[in-house]
Design a protein around this ligand. Sequence first.
Ligand SMILES: [Zn+2]
Length: 87
Amino acid sequence: MKLLFCFHCEDVRKLGFKETYCSCRRTHGKYIDTNNAEYSGEGCLIGLGNRTLARAVVRHKQDGGNHAIDAFTIPRRAPTVVRKETQ
Ligand SMILES: [Zn+2]
């Protein structure tokens, strides 16, 4: 799962197929297919490990506890990301 993070307002928004904007509107992006995304502005994309997220949610539903999820910044030049220059 890819999330949009804005360096200015520090919003985190889940990307969808419709253009998603942070609250200050300086950063925006969307999925262009099921794996690839494009974004622009003054921010970055954050990846959540889908398997660790699913496992943590299942365990949390069972015990309400604290379960780790893998999260990472996605490199600007990752093959699944197109970074568009802001106009
Ligand atoms: Zn913002």
